[in-house]
Write a protein that binds this ligand. Sequence first.
Ligand code: FMN
Length: 197
Amino acid sequence: MDQSAADSKQEKDSKTLIAYFSRVGNTDFPAGVDAVASASLIVKDGELYGNTQYIATLIQRATDGDLFLIETEEKYPADYDSTDRQGAKESKENSRPKLASHIENMDEYDTVYLGFPNWYYGMPMAVYSFLEEYDFSGKTIIPFVTSGGSGFSDAISEIQSIQSDATVLSEGYKVTHSKVSDVTFEDVEEWINGLNK
Ligand SMILES: Cc1cc2nc3c(=O)[nH]c(=O)nc-3n(C[C@H](O)[C@H](O)[C@H](O)COP(=O)(O)O)c2cc1C
């Protein structure tokens, strides 16, 4: 096998997962919810997206990986302030919300993009539930975050301490919620191409 054939075989064998948590997908919104009134929702081409979900879809297009929503058994309230209070309570209690979605074939993935909104200066507790469910030894985890301005807080070192045998890239993608709808496919592609993975 020549080198380019070997490279393309390796590319085919190496599978990418894009796992993300977002308010959209974890909330029972009433039909016709007003995205403009919310800091955490955007509409693109007539589709409603959560901020983190939107970035996740761009990464999916750029990598051709598998998209996976980290979904809790219990939905969060449609009312933003109620979700905010629930997030605060979960964080204070260091809770582990039960997940409704699971990955059967985690062994097949080498690269895992892991996305979340910053909730209370860190990851939503559901992302801890996700990280503690699987063994990421030998895999590369590439974090991305959307936030009101806190960025990752301590999330990257938290991920590394939970999954100490994974390689966790520190050049994660971060964007504040007011700028999410300006992020283009090219922006995300440029970030991915510049990663040292
Ligand atoms: C429960 C809760 C807690 C939050 N805590 C923070 C925070 O500590 N720092 C911050 O910058 N943004 C915080 N935010 C704002 C979100 O990180 C931000 O709006 C994010 O883009 C939402 O992404 P999503 O639409 O994918 O859920 C919080 C939002 C919620 C709902």
